[in-house]
Write a protein that binds this ligand. Structure first.
Ligand SMILES: [Cu+2]
Length: 122
């Protein structure tokens, strides 16, 4: 039956489209600190969330008041931003890779006062 192949190809094409759309729209964007934004009210912000590779963390804060430095675990633990990648636009979007990504604010004693977050992908 000549029409059969066309129907099958159409069905396969539809399935492929659905699969592609799912993989594209799968990434979520999380505002760091939730509604408080990136600052002194992190309140263990990432702890109740599930992150995956490709998700984006958006850091919103007043320019010059805070910054975002992507650091190693050692840098995170000691609040030392030396050698880290610095973001300072006030609206920084950082895509998560596999594992844990560590962020601190390197201005003043902000990190020691809680302006830090460790985000782990599942
Ligand atoms: Cu700060």
């Amino acid at each position: 039956m000549p029409g059969g192949n066309k129907v099958t190809i159409f069905a396969l094409a539809m399935m492929l489209c659905i699969l592609l759309q799912t993989s594209i729209s799968n990434a979520d964007t999380f505002p760091a600190g939730g509604t408080n934004g990136w600052g002194f009210s992190m309140n263990d912000w990432p702890n109740d969330k599930i992150f995956k590779v490709g998700d984006v963390i958006e850091f919103k804060y007043p320019t010059g008041i805070h910054n975002v430095v992507q650091v190693s675990k050692a840098g995170f633990d000691s609040c030392d931003g030396t050698g880290g990648q610095v973001f300072s636009s006030g609206d920084d979007k950082i895509t998560l890779a596999q594992g844990t990504t560590y962020f601190i604010c390197s201005i003043g004693q902000h990190c020691a006062n809680g302006v830090k977050a460790a985000v782990t992908t599942k």
